[in-house]
Ligand binder design. Structure first.
Ligand code: FAD
Ligand code: EPU
Length: 344
């Protein structure tokens, strides 16, 4: 028996955190790396378009999914090396990211604590190089193991080959090519904690912690996130819907004269990152809704599904939000989630 099962015309409303209605032509539940290779080698499926599904927390289904939607049930955290100072671990793609964060902080390993409570799977974590509260996952990735659909080989890509950037990687740029099956991370026990992101130190002191360890930082970050971001269990959303835009000096400098309170974060020598949430809030969108598609009243960067919005309605709202930011500030903002069934 092969290590995958296929379900035709599968309903997807429960499989993405936006909870919009859509169907997959064939939903493949894959239970081993060999099963994945068998699936893609099968003459009936080899030429079909394929999309990998993690936990659906960065996905907007604006239409049905043609071809294969591949869900990886690949569990396992293996310690490859641990000399007491640092550890090298291999984590299979199907593990939940936040479970891995809890696993690592419980062992006194430093690094993942700032990224506590980010939803999703470990296999998706390199796709957009997840990040939060002053850390990005690429800092800890040693190697990504992925199936290359062009050759059907499992390849080991060192960090330097993954082209990681802000919410970017080679996997995001070539989505049809790569299926990540495992990630190797290196974490150490001496790395200084990063407490500089707004609110982290204050939350630690409100917790009565003055000599924080990674698990305290993970708890502080979790509290901050719970207060700031809508919970997808309660209201459908995919976290930040837009990336923070990086713009040249010729754009941000005049804006700071017109809008002195606008947050500007240094990026490279002449460019800066602006806060998409601030730009959107200034355009009056925070808390607004159009039918069941809305902009969160907790965080202007988060689009929400109040109940029965379709993926296309959410996309249409996103386009209007982006157009108004462009009109008012002359700044283009781009979506962060993968959009299926429509183009931006
Ligand atoms: P999915 O949404 O299922 O997939 C996302 C993309 O990755 C798709 O293109 C999919 O095809 C691809 N993919 C998934 N798994 C694989 C694989 N194994 N191989 C190849 N391609 C794959 N992100 C942040 O960076 N920082 C945050 O702070 C943050 N906060 C969030 C808060 C909320 C409330 C929500 C809902 C989302 C947030 N996100 C954040 C976005 C999201 O959690 C991450 O992008 C996460 O990594 C998505 O994981 P997933 O398993 O749900 O991927
Ligand atoms: N802001 C507003 N109005 C809002 C929300 C934010 O004006 O409604 C402004 C404030 O000035 C605030 C600033 O935006 O100080 C930054 O807000 P926040 O700290 O929430 O961070 P963000 O830039 O909006 C990014 C990531 C988040 C990540 C947080 C914390 C992106 C696109 N988003 O949000 O990631 O959790 O920083 O590090 O980079 C995600 O990618 O899905 C995501 C949630």
């Amino acid at each position: 028996m092969s290590d995958y099962t296929l379900r035709p015309n599968a309903p997807l409303a429960a499989l993405s955190t936006f909870r919009v209605t859509a169907r997959a032509q064939l939903l493949a539940d894959v239970r081993s790396v060999d099963g994945l290779a068998d699936l893609f080698a099968h003459p009936d499926y080899a030429r079909l378009p394929a999309l990998v599904l993690g936990e659906g927390s960065n996905l907007l289904l604006a239409g049905d999914v043609p071809g294969l939607l591949v869900s990886l049930s690949l569990p396992g955290i293996d310690v490859l090396k641990d000399d007491g100072n640092s550890a090298l671990i291999r984590v299979a793609a199907g593990e939940r990211w936040d479970d891995l964060v809890r696993w690592s902080v419980a062992r006194g390993l430093h690094g993942f604590e700032n990224m506590a409570l980010i939803p999703g799977s470990v296999g998706a974590s390199p796709i957009q190089n997840i990040g939060a509260y002053g850390a990005e996952v690429a800092e800890f990735i040693r190697t990504v193991e992925a199936l290359d659909r062009q050759t059907l080989d499992i390849v080991r890509l060192p960090n330097s080959a993954c082209c990681f950037g802000y919410r970017d990687s080679i996997f995001k740029q070539q989505p049809e090519r790569w299926v990540i099956v495992a990630v190797e991370f290196e974490l150490d026990r001496q790395r200084p904690l990063r407490l500089d992101y707004a609110g982290v130190r204050e939350t630690l002191s409100s917790m009565g912690v003055d000599a924080p360890r990674p698990l305290h930082v993970a708890e502080a970050v979790s509290r901050l996130r719970a207060a700031k971001l809508p919970n997808p269990i309660l209201i459908g959303n995919a976290g930040s819907f837009f990336k923070n835009p990086t713009v040249d000096r010729s754009i941000w400098e005049p804006l700071t004269h017109s809008f002195p309170s606008m947050p500007v974060f240094a990026h490279a020598s002449d460019s800066a990152k602006l806060s998409a949430g601030w730009l959107i809030e200034q355009c009056g969108w925070k808390g607004r809704r159009d039918g069941d598609a809305g902009v969160s009243d907790m965080h202007a960067l988060v689009l929400v599904n109040h109940g029965n919005a379709s993926g296309l309605q959410i996309l249409e709202l996103a386009r209007r939000v982006a157009a108004s930011v462009k009109e008012r500030f002359g700044v283009e903002i781009e979506p962060e989630p993968r959009i299926v069934g429509a183009t931006w």
